[in-house]
Design a protein around this ligand. Structure first.
Ligand code: HEM
Length: 537
């Protein structure tokens, strides 16, 4: 049978119409009406179809504040892009996503890349390689190890008494106010690198102001350009080829400068280890040599063939070690620095609480009084007794709740297999980007009444059920398999700084303009400063 085509029939018109219909069906009708995500409240009507809105708020760096307001209005789950959700609740939220081991998105290796993309624990997206690396590191950061490490005990005493407290003492003596945000960055870095590399190779940012300023300048250099680095890396790279640098070359130079600073220390540790030097407790490069040994254990199978590498397994792992050390420094300096600045700011408004805290601190045996006889071997309280102080603990816990430094969305992706139920919405497919944030979770008034008020008392006493609920929603360290591995170290570092200060001084605010928390994945005071006056008690 012969098919007769109408004289005015146009094949190409038919094809174009079909194509348009398919595009409308796939990119408009499906995301808007048929996708399981279409039932979820959208942050903006366009979010169902285009990722323009989410890019807009990320470009203008207003994501945390905007999502916080929208969650208050629209509930715990929001569609923030055609394939992206923000979820802030416990059941069906962080319990499912983070407790269920959803993998990280590529945001992490983009934002936190080091040594030309040499993966470390934080930037590894996939579960299996992550858990291998985590097993290698867990013990050195476990609570039992942190609270009994001779390296930490020796260095705590030395850093507090020879570097930190003299600065406060001088400020109180001369009645010169201190800017405590930068001071806290310096303290956190010195304290952490002393554990990582040993005290001899640690930073000395508390005393060496020039190197501290140099380091912090490079550390924060890329912040204004993060949108291009994390959200539009291909576009930035393409325009870079054409000579348009959305991310100034200086940002790369800054990262290289810090990488060099770090790798020189790694090399120096290697040199000392090669000499089989016996380290004094304070000079033991605890974190570095722990990971180095862990690599050596697995390397005989991996590094076969090259004699040189078999003899010096660290050579093969040089960048792995450096990348891991680099990342832990970055994790420690900013997070602990900002948290401490907020602790001092809040306490400075509560002289009554400073007095109760001091009474508690004076019960330590011996208390952290300054000046102190450093030749006395039992001249500091045991870390376990500092850790166990209830008022100190509540002050830190409440600061981490009210001012969670990792305030931005922690991004994950739904597992490829099967469908998922999140915040009561069923049928969510694999491959959907999801994120949660401590800045939203910890401001839930149903769990934390008057969430904007800093009230350490909420963590003291009270009924068990209420405390249990608060702990479930407390998310400053994240949760699940990717929870902060440095939390016990950070807690010890921060508790000792607070204890040392408030045993010896009172504080009051001189200048806290811009204390409101800024934007970003990690966020400190917008004004970048907290100036306090310390007075001898
Ligand atoms: C106040 C201090 C700190 C806070 C609030 C904090 C918070 C966090 C949070 C929320 C995460 C999860 C982030 C995400 O998955 O998106 C994290 C992960 C991590 N933190 Fe911390 N952190 C602190 C201090 C430290 C310190 C001192 C170290 C030093 C070792 C550290 C090392 C890490 C590492 C390596 C990870 C990645 C863990 C993994 O992927 O399994 N953190 N931290």
């Amino acid at each position: 049978m012969e098919i007769t085509v109408p004289p005015n029939f146009n094949l190409s018109l038919l094809a174009s119409t079909l194509l348009i219909l398919i595009v409308i069906y796939k990119y408009i009708l499906t995301p808007l009406f048929l996708s399981p995500l279409s039932r979820i409240p959208s942050a903006h009507p366009s979010c169902h179809i285009f990722p323009v809105w989410i890019n807009y708020i990320r470009f203008f760096n207003i994501e945390n504040g905007t999502l916080f307001r929208l969650h208050q209005q629209k509930g715990p789950i929001l569609r923030i892009g055609p394939n992206e959700l923000s979820i802030n609740c416990y059941e069906g939220g962080i319990k499912t996503i983070f407790g269920g081991g959803y993998e990280k998105t590529s945001y992490y290796p983009r934002r936190f890349a080091a040594y030309n993309g040499t993966k470390n624990m934080f930037t590894t997206q996939e579960t299996h390689p992550h858990s291998i690396r985590k097993r290698m590191l867990s013990n050195i950061y476990s609570k039992s190890h942190i609270l009994t490490s001779p390296t930490i005990q020796t260095n705590t005493l030395s850093i507090l008494h020879t570097r930190f407290l003299p600065l406060l003492h001088q400020s109180a003596d001369t009645q010169m106010p201190l800017e405590v945000l930068t001071l806290s960055y310096a303290y956190a870095m010195d304290f952490f690198t002393a554990y990582q590399f040993g005290r001899k190779l640690s930073s000395n940012f508390l005393q060496d102001v020039d190197t501290r300023t140099w380091y912090l300048g490079h550390f924060f250099a890329s912040r204004p350009y993060l949108y291009w680095i994390t959200e539009q890396p291909q576009l930035a790279a393409f325009l870079g080829i054409l000579g348009v640098n959305l991310v100034p070359r200086a940002c790369k130079t800054s990262i290289s400068a810090l990488e060099t600073w770090n790798i020189l220390r790694c090399e120096e540790v290697e040199r000392l280890l090669a000499q089989e030097e016996v380290f004094e407790a304070g000079d033991t490069p605890s974190v570095y040599s722990h990971l180095r040994r862990a690599f050596q254990k697995v390397d005989p199978e991996n590094v076969v063939g090259r004699e040189e590498e078999k003899q010096h397994p660290h050579d093969a792992r040089k960048l792995d070690l450096a990348s891991e050390m680099f990342d832990h420094q970055a994790a420690a300096i900013e997070t602990a620095g900002i948290t401490l600045a907020y602790v001092y700011y809040e306490l400075s408004q509560r002289p009554d609480l400073q007095a109760s805290l001091r009474a508690e601190l004076l019960s330590l045996s011996p208390p952290l009084l300054y000046p102190h006889d450093l030749t006395n071997p039992i001249s500091s309280p045991h870390p376990k007794s500092v850790d166990a102080l209830p008022i100190l603990d509540a002050i830190l816990q409440e600061t981490l709740r009210r001012w969670p430094v990792v305030a931005g969305g922690q991004r994950r992706v739904t597992p490829k297999m099967g469908t998922h139920t999140l915040a009561g919405y069923t049928g969510i497919p694999g491959g959907v980007k999801v994120q949660s944030s401590a800045g939203v979770l910890q401001m839930n008034p149903a769990v934390f009444p008057e969430p904007g008020s800093w009230r350490p008392e909420r963590w003291m006493g009270g009924d068990e059920a209420r405390l249990g609920e608060m702990k479930r929603w407390f998310w400053a360290w994240s949760s699940g398999g990717r929870m902060c591995i440095g939390r016990h170290f950070a807690t010890l570092l921060m508790k000792h700084a607070i204890a040392a200060i408030y045993t010896n001084y009172t504080s009051s605010i001189i200048d806290a303009e811009g204390i409101e928390q800024g934007e970003g994945f990690s966020a400190g005071p917008k004004g970048n400063k907290v100036v306090l006056q310390f007075v001898h008690v």
